[in-house]
Design a binder for this molecule. Structure first.
Ligand code: SF4
Length: 92
C-alpha cells in the first residue's frame, strides 16, 4: 500500500493539554527549526505571521525527525507521549 494509505490506517489519540512536543519561545527560529516546516512528515510545524515556528503535535507520527534536526539548537522539547496516547499503529 502507498504510504498515504498506511497513514490513513493509523489513529491518533490526543493527550489534551499535554502536548509531547513544544517549541521554546523565540523571536527568530534557527535554520534547523525553520526547516521543520517542510520536513515534518505530518505537517505539524508551521510559521506564524511574526516569523516564529510553532508546532501542533496532533497527528505527530513520533518519527523523531524534529528532535534530531534541532538537537544542537535545543529549540524543541520532545518527549514520548504518555502510554496509550499518541499515534496508535494498527499495522507494523
Ligand atoms: Fe513531525 Fe516527526 Fe517531529 Fe512528530 S516527531 S512533529 S511527525 S517531525
Amino acid at each position: 500500500a502507498k504510504v498515504e494509505e498506511k497513514l490513513f490506517q493509523n489513529r491518533y489519540l490526543v493527550d489534551a493539554g499535554r502536548p509531547h512536543i513544544k517549541v521554546k519561545p523565540h523571536t527568530t527560529p534557527s535554520a534547523s527549526l525553520m526547516s521543520m516546516v517542510t520536513l515534518c512528515p505530518a505537517g505539524c510545524y508551521s510559521q506564524t505571521e511574526g516569523g516564529q515556528v510553532e508546532v501542533a503535535a496532533d497527528g505527530c507520527l513520533e518519527c523523531g525527525t524534529c528532535r534530531i534536526v534541532t538537537r544542537k539548537t535545543g529549540e524543541v522539547e520532545w518527549n514520548y507521549p504518555r502510554g496509550g496516547f499518541g499515534v496508535l499503529y494498527k499495522f507494523g
